[in-house]
Design a protein around this ligand. Structure first.
Ligand code: ADQ
Length: 543
């Protein structure tokens, strides 16, 4: 019998005023009910590429709203559930006419219109074929087209135009991620009264890499419109500061950057800081008490043929997640007889992602070919060696999988944080299970009790998997207790609280500086254009 974690006293924890009214569990699973006519003047406005819900047209022509995929939505949706007068500005997931603003489960949603050409150039192009691979250490070659940049700029302008009027006077606008790097400055031009935060969910590359793409200075200047910039890991923060110091030549003190003002505004102090993101740990952990979810976990093992061990991978189907590395290691362990497919089964959940981007299409083909080969060679009759799932699951189903898994593999060669690692830990109050975690995922900076691995080293990965499968119960419990301590204490609410606290402070200083200079009548510094003319770097694959 394995130990269970003792019940923890519910501690009062500091909560930022914007997050003060918990509206727990108002949302239904997956499907959301929309009402038109939101209220204007929101105290907190989130701006992200995607709304937390996607529109889906039903056979009878009606629109249904379902939770949109990805880590950003998973994290921010649970934060926004605790906010009164919150708004979210983003794309509803389908090109063309945007729906009118509407309310869903107590939050006002403001859809941004993107045309098919924007989807191809701004989203699939500059965001996901230029910046995404570049920020993930060029795991695949970034591509740059000048037309993509034009579209990136105009789409960012549209997000800024949608966000600026909906914030209350002196309110807070929180911009998210690499698709919207120009938005903070574009908002500041329209709304100098608001506090602007920016959070980068993905890694920030070294200055040598960041210096390569055309328009890098525009991206830096765009981001520096914020009062506070947040990053996942200390190395990301330091890389960003180095990038600002080098190409822009701005004065930097520690991680505080002195930025020339816009128009009549004086120089501003902008802070860069590390805020490792987390999950709604208590909510995930609470699901494990649900008898129906426990039953699903038991049924899952039974449906797989009652193997001794279940090994699980859960990822968006993305080349940064290391699915290929994992399958290679798994295939070799089966080939050399180190794993018996009658005793041990792997589940690989690979959520559909960016399917129109070439590198993602190639990855899907490769992964599915490899899974087919492994199953063809090793699967016992009537059951898989690798159970491959290329679709979405609801939260309850995901929790059942985590509860059933003896080992979870997170083998990303580069990942901002990786919420799957934290979700697994939060799903194991029974202290059973082993997390194998890439040292290149942000999650590896915090709980050191995981089996850390370099996924590029296939032999090391194979050894780590075997070690995890053979780990004695007491060792599992000790490691899981330590991991849980970290994940349960540092949840997404405390992450948001920390960020907003720092933003409030940074914003207050910026406003005070504006007032001082206006009262002195100082000469404003010349504003710099956001879109600089610059020849493409010769080392960058430019078209
Ligand atoms: P992602 O790369 O999208 O986001 P990741 O941290 O891997 O995020 O989290 C993925 C989320 O999607 C998890 O909550 C997971 O449970 C969920 N998910 C995955 N497959 C699913 C499926 N089939 N059905 C339902 N849910 C599924 C980016 C960065 C990360 C960073 C997050 C948050 O790339 O490094 O951790 O943002 O900042």
């Amino acid at each position: 019998m394995s130990a269970r974690e003792p019940p923890r006293p519910v501690l009062g924890r500091p909560t930022h005023a914007l997050l003060a009214q918990p509206r727990t569990q108002r949302r239904s699973h997956g499907v959301h009910h929309a009402r038109p006519r939101p209220l204007p003047g929101h105290e907190l406005v989130v701006v992200a590429n995607r709304l937390p819900v996607d529109s889906r047209t039903l056979p009878d022509g009606a629109t249904e709203w379902v939770t949109s995929p990805g880590g950003l939505v998973t994290a921010m949706e649970s934060v926004m559930r605790t906010v009164d007068s919150g708004a979210w500005v983003g794309w509803a997931g389908a090109p063309g006419e945007a729906p009118d603003p509407f309310e869903a489960d107590g939050m006002s949603l403001y859809p941004v219109r993107l045309e098919q050409e924007d989807v191809e150039r701004y989203y699939e192009g500059y965001s996901n074929a230029t910046l995404w691979p570049l920020y993930h250490d060029v795991i695949v070659d970034p591509v740059f087209h000048r037309t993509w940049w034009d579209s990136y700029l105009s789409a960012n302008q549209r997000f800024a135009e949608a966000a600026a009027p909906v914030a209350a006077r002196g309110g807070t606008i929180w911009v998210h991620d690499y698709q919207l790097r120009l938005v903070p400055r574009l908002i500041r031009e329209k709304r100098p009264d608001v506090r602007i935060g920016f959070f980068n969910h993905i890694p920030f590359p070294s200055v040598e890499l960041f210096s390569q793409p055309p328009k890098r200075n525009s991206i830096l200047r765009g981001s520096l419109g914020a009062d506070l910039l947040g990053f996942q890991r200390e190395s990301d923060t330091l890389n960003f500061v180095a990038a600002v110091r080098k190409p822009l030549g701005y004065h930097v003190e520690g991680t505080t950057i002195s930025v020339p003002g816009l128009g009549a505004a004086p120089r501003r102090e902008v802070e860069a800081r590390t805020f490792p993101i987390s999950i709604d740990s208590a909510a995930v952990s609470a699901l494990t008490e649900d008898p129906e979810i426990r039953e699903r976990a038991a049924r899952l093992r039974h449906d797989l043929g009652d193997p001794d061990k279940i090994v699980l991978g859960v990822d968006r189907l993305d080349y940064t997640k290391g699915i290929r590395h994992r399958l290679k290691a798994w295939g070799e362990l089966l080939d050399d007889g180190s794993i018996d497919p009658h005793d041990t089964v792997m589940i690989q959940v690979a959520t559909p992602s960016r399917e129109r981007v070439e590198a993602y299409r190639r990855l899907r083909d490769e992964v599915e070919l490899t899974v087919g080969r492994i199953n063809g060679e090793h699967a016992p009759l009537g059951r898989p060696a690798v159970s491959y799932q290329h679709h979405s699951f609801d939260r309850r189903e995901m929790t059942a999988m985590y509860m059933a898994a003896d080992v979870v593999l997170v083998t990303a060669p580069r990942d901002g944080m990786n919420l799957v690692a934290k979700e697994y830990v939060a799903s194991r109050p029974d202290l059973h299970g082993v997390l194998v975690l890439s040292e290149f995922a942000g999650a590896a900076d915090e709980p050191r009790a995981a089996v850390l691995v370099n996924p590029h080293d296939i032999d090391e990965l194979k050894s780590a998997i075997l070690r995890a499968l053979a780990m004695p119960e007491e060792e599992q419990e000790e490691a899981m207790r330590s991991l849980r301590h970290q994940v349960m204490e540092n949840d997404v609410q405390s992450w948001a609280h920390d960020f907003l606290e720092h933003l409030e402070h940074a914003g207050r200083e910026a406003q005070a500086a504006v007032r001082v200079v206006r009262s002195r009548g100082d000469e404003p510094s010349a504003p710099e254009e956001i879109d600089e003319a610059r020849a493409p770097s010769p080392t960058f694959r430019a078209c």
